[in-house]
Design a protein around this ligand. Structure first.
Ligand SMILES: Cc1ncc(C[n+]2csc(CCOP(=O)(O)OP(=O)(O)O)c2C)c(N)n1
Ligand code: SF4
Ligand SMILES: [Mg+2]
Length: 300
């Protein structure tokens, strides 16, 4: 046997420590070496385990793109949905069974472009969902088109003379719409990211974490930013932690400092809290608050 061959298998010395939480039949994965997506997945698994939420209560939903593969690789109840529809799909799951902790892991293009309308309304409703948005500044899987987060002047396949549209400052977008937990980290901030994901999982209401993530193969190469390691070094040298900074100040400019931190954490009624409260006011004692199926084993 080739001594360099990766032997994957339960119980072998080479078994990955997170193997029990990954669909090993899907390996090898499609992600490039030094892509930030592996770190995001690792942080998610670590946070989910630390949260002590029963595994059967966690659901993961993704849209499309490189990031969209996350749901398929995680060994949780998971769904790979259509472009931009991860949030409405997840909303349906949550309303059908509020006992579930429904998480979305998807890309900047998927969540903020075609799915942008769903994103703002989920935030406005304080829908009890956790969204992890992996922002690699482009539509990576389809070859590097400019997207809603591509910084001005950056190169993309559709902007050969440099991007010129103003990108979204996503933390500000979701904060201004009503998100009750908002954080941003880079793929280098593994511990902070893990803590934030755990906090988001335990939060009641709409929690949103942006993860700035290296895409050395497409965005990095087109912009001559070097290897994945160079991109991580850039995060190291240019991230400024400012917990509870005003999200208004969190714009990202091409190759400039990136403000990271936990920006928002507050308790407010969720969508279902508000619905139950209003219905109770309107209908009085005859209203039975909706808390989901009484016996999940029978009713779902
Ligand atoms: C309706 C529809 N339009 C277009 C596509 C093609 N498509 C596949 S991946 C992708 C880009 C995804 O970008 P992003 O969400 O940022 O994910 P990344 O690949 O960067 O992780 C697009 C446009 C699609 N799958 N479905
Ligand atoms: S193309 Fe970019 S985002 Fe996609 S797997 Fe490769 S490095 Fe990651
Ligand atoms: Mg992307």
């Amino acid at each position: 046997m080739n001594p360099n061959q990766l032997v994957i298998g339960r119980g072998t010395a080479d078994a990955h420590p997170m193997e029990d939480f990954l669909r090993m039949d899907r390996m090898p994965h499609i992600w490039c070496s030094t892509c930030g997506l592996g770190t995001c997945l690792t942080a998610f698994i670590a946070a989910a385990r630390e949260s002590a939420i029963p595994r059967e209560d966690i659901v993961v939903v993704s849209g499309i793109g490189c990031t969209g593969r996350a749901a398929g690789y995680l060994k949780y109840d998971s769904f790979h949905t259509t472009h931009g529809r991860a949030i409405p799909f997840a909303t349906g799951l949550k309303i059908a069974n509020p006992r579930l902790k429904v998480c979305i892991i998807s890309g900047d293009g998927d969540l903020v472009s075609i799915g942008g309308n769903h994103l703002i309304h989920a935030a406005r409703r304080n829908m009890d969902l956790t969204v992890i948005c992996v922002n690699n500044f482009n539509y990576a899987m389809t070859g590097g088109q400019a997207g809603p987060t591509t910084p001005q002047t950056a190169q993309a396949t559709t902007t050969p003379y440099g991007a010129f549209e103003r990108p979204f400052n996503i933390p500000f977008l979701v904060d201004s719409c009503g998100a009750t937990y908002v954080a941003r980290w880079t793929a280098l901030h593994v511990r902070q990211l893990t803590i934030s994901i755990k906090e988001a999982l335990l939060h009641r209401g709409f929690s949103f974490i942006e993860v700035i993530s290296p895409c050395p193969t497409v965005y990095g190469r087109r912009n001559r930013l070097g290897s994945g390691l160079d991109l991580m070094k850039f995060y190291h040298d240019h991230s400024i932690t400012k917990n509870f900074a005003s999200t208004r100040e969190c714009d990202i400019r091409y190759q400039q400092d990136i403000i990271v931190g936990k920006f928002v954490q507050k308790e407010e009624p969720t969508y279902l809290d508000s619905m139950n409260e209003q219905m109770k006011k309107a209908l009085g004692a005859k209203f039975v608050p909706y808390i989901g199926p009484m016996d999940p084993a029978k009713d779902v």
